[in-house]
Design a protein around this ligand. Structure first.
Ligand code: NAI
Ligand code: MG
Length: 322
């Protein structure tokens, strides 16, 4: 079976790390048909829409999408792209690797972040010259879909992060819906307040495993976890919907290093491994992960990890270890 993959490199280092991941996918014994499409700042600068309809339509039809990063147009690009695959959960694993300096070497976490609503639902207004407001949206439907996914992902149990002591209605609804679905599925849960979780993650990340969070909290806390494990160059993610999914590194377009050829391709190659898992190619996924891990341990490494290797050096090393 040929998997149809939409490829959207985007801006900055997106267009450096995506070709690396495609090279890795092409080296496997899996049939792909890649179709590339454009999005991002470079289109806006050329007087075009940052997310052309054709790009959105491609993501809505492909079996899976691999996205690099957008720059200042990130919100205009990635939020509609996630919606194009009807993604209700953003899966963000953060773990340490042998050979990589980490603040906390025992970290092995997965965030399951609500991906459609909360404060990112887009209801923001300027009411007057000096007053702006934001409406936070929480529905049972979104929390339940997320919880059902979490029960399948972590049948051994998960942690629900919320701030229902203050946001009683919205986070209260979120917490109650997730806990209810977990109970119906005989999956154990515990709860933690988001602010306390931020502290716990810095002090004792090893006490957590799978964490289910509202949208904004998951965004922030997964970047915090990136800091614990050695930086954004290592964090992959999946935006999963009922019928398709979009895979992307957690990082952005990194204008400070774009064009230098030194971006760490690991986050994007690990995102490609998540794509393989999603397409029911677990052996290929494992081969990719093993090759990335071996390369992180033995080198070469890019400068963000203290090395002197280029994107190209690291990609060659991963390819040779496949
Ligand atoms: P960023 O993730 O682009 O960069 C943060 C820092 O991490 C920079 O110092 C960068 O050099 C480093 N870094 C990130 N990925 C790296 C990699 N693969 N290898 C080596 N170093 C890496 O976040 P920042 O600076 O906040 O945003 C830059 C632009 O990216 C902004 O325009 C922002 O809107 C956009 N952005 C886009 C996202 C997306 O498309 N999903 C997500 C986050 C930011
Ligand atoms: Mg973010």
């Amino acid at each position: 079976m040929t998997h149809e993959i939409a490829v959207i490199p985007g801006d900055g280092i997106g267009s450096e790390v995506i070709p690396a991941a495609i090279e890795v996918l092409e080296a496997l014994e899996v049939d792909f048909e890649f179709t590339e499409a454009e999005a991002g700042d470079h289109l806006l600068e050329a007087g075009r829409e940052p997310l052309p309809e054709a790009t959105e339509a491609l993501a809505a039809e492909a079996d899976a999408t691999l996205f690099g990063a957008a720059g200042e147009t990130a919100a205009d690009v990635i939020i509609p792209l996630r919606a194009a695959v009807d993604s209700f959960v953003n899966v963000r694993p953060a773990r340490t690797y042998p050979g990589v300096d980490a603040v906390k070497s025992e970290t092995d976490l997965v965030f399951l972040r609500e991906n459609t609503e909360g404060v990112y639902a887009g209801h923001e207004d300027d009411l007057s010259e000096n007053l702006s407001t934001l409406t936070r949206v929480v529905t049972d439907e979104a929390a339940e879909r997320l919880a059902e996914y979490a029960c399948e992902y972590a049948p051994e149990g998960f942690t629900i992060a919320h701030k229902a002591n203050v946001m009683r209605k919205t986070d209260g609804r979120f917490r109650d819906a997730v806990a209810r679905v977990a109970e119906e599925n005989d999956v154990e849960t515990d709860e933690v307040l988001i602010d306390a979780l931020a502290m716990h993650l810095v002090l004792r990340p090893e006490e957590y495993d799978v964490i289910v969070t509202p949208n904004l909290a998951g965004d922030v806390l997964s970047d915090l976890a990136a800091g614990l494990v050695g930086g954004l160059g290592l964090l992959p993610s999946a935006n999963v919907g009922p019928e398709r999914a979009l895979f992307e590194p957690v990082h952005g377009s990194a204008p400070d290093i774009a064009g230098e050829g030194i971006a760490n391709p690991s986050a994007t190659i690990l995102s490609a491994a998540m794509l393989l898992d999603y397409l029911a190619e677990p052996e290929a996924a494992e081969r990719v992960r093993t090759a990335v891990e071996a390369t992180l341990e033995a080198g070469p490494r890019t400068p963000d990890l203290g090395g002197e290797g280029t994107t190209e050096d690291v990609t060659r090393a991963i390819l040779s270890r496949l």
